[in-house]
Write a protein that binds this ligand. Structure first.
Ligand code: ZN
Length: 58
């Protein structure tokens, strides 16, 4: 009868923020704040997106 028990609880894998309340099963996702940080780190880690801003060894 409790529909929330049918789906897992989704928490952010980075900061453990609860994204969606559900049953005892836990699924990992990512919240918007961590997603933005993650994208920024990807940009920093990808030399092709940088214009010689960092001395990245090749
Ligand atoms: Zn998060």
């Amino acid at each position: 009868m409790n529909e929330q028990q049918d789906k897992p609880t989704t928490i952010c894998a980075w900061c453990d923020e609860v994204l969606e309340n559900g049953g005892p099963d836990v699924s990992h996702g990512i919240c918007t704040a961590c997603a933005e940080q993650f994208i920024q780190q990807l940009d920093l880690a990808c030399p092709t997106r940088q214009r010689h801003a960092l001395p990245i060894a090749s």
